[in-house]
Design a protein around this ligand. Structure first.
Ligand code: TXA
Ligand code: MG
Length: 318
């Protein structure tokens, strides 16, 4: 941990496990290191980073003002997969939040992440440790698949327990707004806030995505067709298309969530754990087309559906 903190102090990039996905960390007070994060990930310069802290007391080092709602949510969900967007403290480099006047902050629930941030003695800016557009990494091997040779180190803490990213909640306006659905569900937030937060992300409800949201995200190299509709019909279409593509010499795979631990409708969190690993495994196996079935949008299932829609090259309704 001392070595990792020394690398961060020397301007290096260190990948580390969190409970959600692996992050790619740099000191928030090192503009050159922050720039390097964008370069090695090929991340669009307009996409801000999340600042990771080791203790709620560090809130004040990063946010210009901490409203009571933020303290209450942090009290309930930290350490944990909730990122809070608040006005940015002037000491935090604007590079961290892509020039915005706000900053996203979270305290991760992982002993390795917390030890690294504590050892670095400074909050750590960290996006997911993947190449931009690829599925997020949930193991050290995934990090190296994307970034070997481009970063100083990865701390191997084994597979991430949660497996999907934090929920990003904007508290900088008049009403709380979910900017990215994640591991903490709207229902859980509503229980603390007293009302359901506004949803303002791509594919919220049935609204067509805004133009900037149309690019693929969280995506494997293979093409991904998302198949929606009633369970029996979508299953039959997925099976039929998989056979069709294979018969044409195109390696295709039927992504049936049940095969990846989604055995009970009540347990989407078990699918979340292996979701990104599953997407990456198709690339490893040389699959060219994934026929992915819709899953029920209850609990974390809604977050996985958000990721599937953003990863999809096409959506077919059975
Ligand atoms: O679980 C996670 O959140 C992981 C781990 C490593 O903590 N991190 C992660 O970071 O997923 P990244 O960079 O892949 O996603 C950060 C998200 C992006 O959707 C970004 O647009 C949003 O947070 N974000 C960050 N700062 C923001 C801000 N000031 N205002 C609005 N959105 C912000
Ligand atoms: Mg990411």
């Amino acid at each position: 941990m001392r070595k990792a903190a020394a690398l961060i102090h020397a301007g290096g990039l260190v990948a580390f496990p969190t409970e959600t996905v692996y992050g790619l960390g740099a000191a928030i007070n090192d503009p050159e290191a922050i720039k390097k994060i964008f370069t090695v990930k090929s991340r669009p310069a307009a996409n801000p980073l999340i600042v990771h802290i080791a203790h709620p007391d560090q809130f004040g080092e990063v946010a210009a003002a901490v409203p009571e709602t933020a303290r209450r949510l942090a009290g309930c969900f930290w350490p944990g997969p909730l990122s809070l967007v608040l006005p940015r403290a002037p000491e935090v480099s604007p590079l961290v939040s892509a020039g915005l006047s706000t900053v996203a902050i979270r305290m991760p629930d992982h002993p390795v992440a917390l030890a690294l941030i504590a050892a670095a003695k400074v909050p750590v800016a960290a996006p997911s440790a993947n190449l931009s557009g690829r599925p997020s990494p949930t193991s050290a091997r995934h990090v190296l698949e994307d970034l070997a040779g481009k970063i100083e180190a990865v701390l191997d803490g084994g597979p991430c327990p949660v497996g999907v990213e934090s929920t990003v909640l904007d508290l900088s306006g008049a009403r709380p707004v979910i900017l990215r659905p994640g591991a903490i569900t709207p229902e859980e937030l509503a229980a603390v806030l007293g009302s359901t937060p506004v949803m303002a992300f791509a594919h919220a409800g049935n609204a067509s995505p805004r133009p900037g949201m149309k690019f693929r995200h969280y995506a494997p190299r293979s093409r991904l067709y998302l198949i929606t509709g009633p369970p029996g019909r979508r299953h039959r279409l997925a099976v039929r298309l998989t056979r069709y593509f294979c018969s044409r010499g195109l390696p295709a795979a039927h992504f049936n969530p049940a095969e990846f631990g989604f055995l009970s409708r009540k347990e989407p969190s078990r699918l979340a754990h292996s979701f990104y690993a599953a997407l990456r495994s198709y690339d490893q196996a040389g699959i060219r087309i994934i026929l992915a079935e819709e899953i029920p949008s209850c609990g974390v299932g809604a977050t996985i559906m958000n990721r599937l829609r953003l990863a999809a090259t096409r959506v077919l309704h059975a």
